[in-house]
Design a protein around this ligand. Sequence first.
Ligand code: CO
Length: 134
Amino acid sequence: MIGRLNHVAIAVKDLARATALYRDTLGARVSPAQAVPEHGVTVVFIELPNTKIELLEPLGENSPIAKFLEKNADGGMHHICYEVDDIIVARDRLKAGGARVLGNGEPKIGAHGKPVLFLHPKDFNGTLVELEQI
Ligand code: CO
């Protein structure tokens, strides 16, 4: 059911500094910063030949990554995103298998303009999983 690895997301406290690290030290192609208020983050995409890295910085009061950064002062891997063909079919299959879908269970439009859902990390080996319909 799951397809390609779409991206790995890394939560950071200082987006400008993290972006410079990828651009200047690692020599990667980086996007301009993009505010995504619906998800409480500002995002920079790092384009790699086979996938993307998303750098996430908290945006606004109730950012979902604020708590994560309290626990992980240096930043850290926040989630991984797999591609699916049909997010509703995927969701219903996962729910039938006992996996918990975060939020109200309805897909939201993610930073790439495509529908996304998040799955509870306790059901996936301690890793927050995002599904994105391609
Ligand atoms: Co993501």
